[in-house]
Design a protein around this ligand. Structure first.
Ligand SMILES: C[S@@+](CC[C@H](N)C(=O)[O-])C[C@H]1O[C@@H](n2cnc3c(N)ncnc32)[C@H](O)[C@@H]1O
Length: 271
């Protein structure tokens, strides 16, 4: 797994709006199971850390006596993470593929959120995460099942068409849309024990802070991925533009709630 053969998860530049989505995430809101496991002094590796918003929350939780390392295969995102979070004690960032993680096994926790859904071989990704944690340490992973999204009310047909094409494009590229429901099995295959799985759905509800910006994630996805999908033969760029604008209108005026189905799983590496 030294190279992402799909070339869509790690190497593609994210547009500004999708980067805003990453930057708006926090440890407490976006990876609550990990937030609950935090203790001062822990050594934590966050794999696929993006621009480091969650990673920074980890560093603040473990404090200056702990150590937090964020890694991502996208060098531009790591440059941004370094610039944004410079000066947070005990926090460093490195460019690394999930397939070539530090081999010293000094981490108490190896975490990954919203990463496996972008890997061509998520089971191998889980094995890499398990190989980087110390014996007795914990692997914590949170990820989506995109097949189980719930919108209320139904979004515009143009977005439903885009979303169906997006999932088809992803699966034709070899990406699994339902990783959330396989986390436990992959943890078992990776030799982890005491595996537990918890619901960690991303709920967006009108009236909650930033609802419209958060609900617009699929308009941002249409803007970011639509042109690439059209180049790959999945739909017409004009249709994806229409999906983007109709969905933005829906998010502003009609949407009541959106639930992105997500599970968080933890497993312990045997001593
Ligand atoms: C959706 S973002 C998630 C960022 C952050 N963990 C979060 O939950 O907001 C997925 C990240 O995984 C990274 N990624 C994709 N493939 C990777 C790989 N093979 N090795 C390391 N990182 C990878 C991408 O560059 C991207 O930053």
């Amino acid at each position: 797994m030294t190279k992402d053969k799909t070339d869509i998860g790690s190497k593609t530049a994210l547009n500004g709006k999708l980067k805003n989505v990453l930057n708006a995430r926090t440890l407490a809101d976006s990876f609550p199971l990990l937030a609950q496991r935090m203790k001062t002094g822990l050594r934590v590796l966050d794999v696929g850390c993006g621009t480091g918003a969650i990673t920074r929350g980890i560093a603040e939780a473990v404090g200056p006596r702990g150590r937090t390392v964020g890694v991502d295969s996208n060098a531009a995102l790591i440059a941004e993470a370094r610039a944004k979070h410079a000066g947070t004690p005990g926090l460093t960032f490195d460019v690394s593929d999930v397939g070539s993680l530090p081999a010293d096994q000094t981490f108490d926790i190896v975490a990954a959120s919203r990463l496996l859904v972008w890997l061509p071989d998520p089971g191998a990704g889980m094995a890499s995460l398990a190989g980087a944690v110390r014996p007795g340490g914990t692997v914590l992973v949170a990820d989506y099942n995109h097949d189980k999204i719930e919108w209320s009310p139904e979004p515009p047909d143009s977005m439903k068409e885009f979303y169906a094409a997006y999932l088809k494009w992803r699966s034709d590229k070899g990406l699994d849309n339902a990783v959330a429901d396989r986390l436990s099995a992959w943890m078992g295959d990776a030799g982890l024990r005491d595996i537990r799985v918890f619901p960690q759905h991303e709920e967006m509800r009108r009236g909650l802070p930033d609802f419209e910006a958060r609900a617009s994630i699929w308009a941002d996805t249409a803007a970011s991925r639509g042109p690439q999908m059209a180049r790959d033969g999945y739909g017409d760029p004009k249709a994806w533009k229409r999906a983007e604008s109709e969905y933005r209108h829906w998010a502003a005026e009609e949407a009541i709630s959106i639930r992105l189905y997500m599970l968080a799983a933890e497993g312990v590496r045997p001593e």
